[in-house]
Design a protein around this ligand. Structure first.
Ligand SMILES: [Zn+2]
Length: 344
């Protein structure tokens, strides 16, 4: 692949080749249509992502090399900037910023104050409020934020009458754009009947609200175990490296419950040490990744024989039955655990 090395020299910002030499080289390239197309593809792959923030046409190609502007459409756009905003006792809201398009959104603002502080710290305004579900600890900041910034509220169609100030209602399977970033809406009922999950494929980020937590899942307030299992299965089909941004910091208490079901799961026990250390320092355990959750989240592990044994389930029990048993065990009051989390 000599061409790759050659091209990264031509296109790199630290190129030692003079502009005139570069122009001559590209004049040769332009005469060879097939090679040109090949180089276009290679160029898009080779561009380091950090350049995508501000380079439409590489400096040495500006002016005379106008035909190469086409490259900018091939370059992957910058990732969405995501900032975690702690709210109330254990809620997380998330600021999403598309730097290129200068569009900002917040996911699940339980309160306006911390979100306003976060926006002020970055000198930002707010354009959209995204709600995964109607619970007050995910929508409590809607009214004030909408009034202050004239922001639009985006939420689930199935629950539009319960989302304060909703302007744009979306169904599962629909897509929507935050600036340049496509967002897919996944219908994930179970915790509430209208719960949705927001997935940004180009950033590999998913906002799961109270459907999937790190090491846990939401309580079944309005749905059945089967609905929740289907919702979790839908999220599980995303790529393993997907970053999961959930609605609450419940990870440590969830981990204790998980360890009671799989005491010999070494990945779980070493992860427990990591999250315990983070929490001792007052740091968040979020985001987690889907791949990691599959290794230790009991609600995603119906195939674990150790977990089935702990719940007195036979090998023939279905995945939904196993999920339902894990959920029931978590819902039972336990003297060894303080049950103070409302939603998990
Ligand atoms: Zn909730």
């Amino acid at each position: 692949m000599a061409n790759l090395a050659q091209l990264s020299v031509l296109c790199g910002p630290t190129s030692l080749i003079r502009a005139s030499a570069v122009n001559r080289a590209f004049a040769v390239v332009r005469r060879t249509a097939g090679l040109h197309q090949f180089l276009q593809q290679v160029y898009a792959v080779e561009m380091p992502p950090r350049y995508s923030h501000n380079i439409a046409t590489p400096r040495h190609m500006r002016g005379t090399q106008t035909r190469y502007r086409a490259y900018s459409t091939n370059v992957v756009t910058s990732k969405l900037q995501i900032e975690l905003v702690p709210c109330l006792v254990d809620n997380y809201a998330y600021l999403l910023q598309d730097v290129n398009a200068k569009v900002t959104a917040v996911v699940d603002p339980s309160a306006a104050g911390p979100v306003i502080d976060a926006l002020n710290a970055k000198g930002l305004s707010l354009h959209f409020i995204l709600n995964t579900h109607h619970h007050w600890d995910h929508t409590g900041g809607n009214a004030e934020l909408k009034r202050k910034y004239n922001a639009k509220v985006v939420g689930p169609r199935a629950d539009e009458e319960r989302i304060p100030g909703i302007d744009i209602s979306l169904r599962g399977g629909q897509t929507w754009k935050l600036g340049e970033h496509m967002m897919q809406v996944l219908e994930t009922p179970g915790h509430t009947r209208g719960h949705v999950t927001f997935y940004f494929p180009d950033s590999g980020a998913v906002f799961t609200g109270d459907t999937l937590f790190s090491l846990g899942c939401g309580r079944l307030f309005e749905g059945t175990a089967e609905q929740m299992w289907n919702s979790l299965s839908k999220i599980s089909q995303l790529p393993d490296e997907t970053l999961i941004y959930c609605g609450h910091e419940y990870t440590l208490s969830n981990a204790k419950f998980a360890m009671s079901l799989e005491p010999t799961n070494e990945t779980l026990s070493s992860h427990y040490e990591k999250i315990a250390q983070l929490r001792r320092k007052g740091l968040p355990t979020i985001p987690t990744t889907l791949g990691e959750e599959k290794k230790f989240n009991p609600f995603l592990r119906p195939s674990s024989l150790e977990l089935r044994k702990a719940l007195n389930l036979s090998r023939s029990a279905s995945d939904v039955e196993t999920f339902a048993a894990v959920r029931s065990a978590k819902d039972r009051p336990c003297v060894c655990r303080q049950r103070k989390n409302m939603d998990d």
